[in-house]
Design a protein around this ligand. Structure first.
Ligand SMILES: Cc1ncc(C[n+]2csc(CCOP(=O)(O)OP(=O)(O)O)c2C)c(N)n1
Ligand SMILES: [Mg+2]
Length: 387
């Protein structure tokens, strides 16, 4: 596309402008740091854009809002994609921090870290870990909904989305977590698979030729396969279908191209772990119709479009707050318990019935003793979950 004058943009052009903003903000940051992964943001920007601007319920002004949708970038090496999204949608992540990507003392480290950067839900980098954490988040959602929602009061109701890569799905932990998610029928778990057929140092075909769709079907997941990672309508439609599938978790396999748009590095692992290089950044920008300069370009119209998330998010949270207030009037004890649980506090007297075991010459198995202790605590601590 070419950069039309802002006032003449139609919706399709605004989509492309916004997607390329994500792409080149990420690419410029990696290039400036002279370190990082430009390939994932280039290929996965369209799916991230559709999810973040059309589906994700979040309030950038309050990353702690309890009923927000969760987004996990399991492919943590593609961190610049997440930082671009956070900055553009209005989280407390200034452009200056994007320019400080991977620098000592910045809040934009090479891999996302929970607690450091506002909006980062969980630390990722070790492949498979984010996949597993996302399943945990979806379990928490399902559990809290079952425990605290009452007719007419959906206090907890949100989706857990994730972006997973080839390497994520190869890790053993992903298999275990996927199996559990299928077993527990976590219908509000939706993963987008950045299916680009390339990993760290080669095409995936030399390491794994399994049929991921069939594999996840076997775990009890709902799967959809998209041929074109730039087809926004197809991504939009697949997300709608995934959301309406309430019983099974969803995997949307989206064929993308690592380093999309880079004339010499697309589809090669060279777009994975190192910057494109100044010359190749230039060629990629030219190829996708983006101005070579200035660096870190954010066209005002794209920014305004992304920042609609702020008003939307504020509205969504306020609406939820009203609902919660009404719930608290109708179910004050439950509301109190819910708030205490979410603050991470233990109820008074939670440990009152913990048994004391006299020294036993025959020896009680620690498994038996711990079972008795947990049984004494469980009735008092509603957030204690075992499996
Ligand atoms: C458990 C684990 N092993 C190895 C690595 C090193 N590593 C980082 S990314 C990557 C593979 C990248 O391929 P893919 O997941 O397909 O991501 P893409 O390059 O397509 O973005 C590897 C092996 C890691 N991060 N975690
Ligand atoms: Mg890959």
């Amino acid at each position: 596309m070419s950069m039309a004058a802002p006032s003449t943009l139609n919706l399709e052009q605004l989509d492309q402008l916004s997607i390329n903003t994500i792409r080149f903000l990420s690419v410029d940051a990696v290039q400036k740091a002279n370190s990082g992964h430009p390939g994932l943001p280039l290929g996965a920007a369209p799916m991230a854009y559709v999810l973040w601007t059309r589906f994700l319920q979040h309030n950038p002004a309050n990353p702690q809002w309890i009923n927000r949708d969760r987004f996990v970038l399991s492919a943590g090496h593609g961190s610049m994609l997440l930082y671009s999204l956070l900055h553009l949608t209005g989280y407390d992540l200034p452009l200056d921090q994007i320019k400080q990507f991977r620098q000592w003392g910045s809040i934009t480290p090479g891999h996302p870290e929970r607690g450091l950067t506002p909006g980062v839900e969980t630390t990722t980098g070790p492949l498979g870990q984010g996949f597993g954490n996302g399943v945990g988040m979806a379990i928490a959602e399902a559990y809290l909904a079952a425990q605290y929602n009452r007719p007419g009061f959906e206090i907890i109701s949100h989706f857990t989305y994730g972006l997973v890569s080839d390497g994520d799905l190869m890790e053993g932990v992903a298999s275990e977590a996927a199996s559990l998610a299928g077993q527990l029928e976590l219908g509000k778990l939706i993963y987008l698979f950045d299916n680009n057929h390339v990993t760290l140092s080669a095409g995936t075909n030399i390491a794994s030729n399994e049929d991921c769709a069939q594999r996840f079907e076997a775990y009890g997941w709902h799967t959809q396969s998209l041929e074109n990672g730039n087809d926004l309508d197809a991504i939009d439609h697949a997300l709608r279908v995934a959301r309406s599938e309430t019983r099974r978790p969803s995997l949307i396999l989206i064929r993308t191209h690592l380093g999309y748009g880079s004339p010499n590095k697309q589809d090669t692992f060279e777009a994975h772990g190192s910057p494109l290089g100044v010359e190749e950044v230039k060629l990629t920008k030219q190829h996708l119709g983006w101005p070579v300069e200035p660096l870190f370009l954010i066209p005002p119209q794209a920014l305004a479009h992304f920042r609609e998330a702020l008003a939307r998010g504020q509205h969504a949270e306020a609406e939820w707050q009203d609902r919660f207030s009404a719930y608290a009037r109708k179910h004050p004890d439950l509301a109190r318990e819910f708030q205490q649980t979410m603050r991470g506090e233990l109820p008074a007297g939670w440990d009152a019935d913990i048994p004391v075991f006299p020294a036993d010459p025959k020896g009680m198995k620690t498994r038996v003793a711990s079972g008795k202790v947990m049984s004494a605590i469980a009735p008092k601590v509603p957030s204690l979950i075992g499996g």
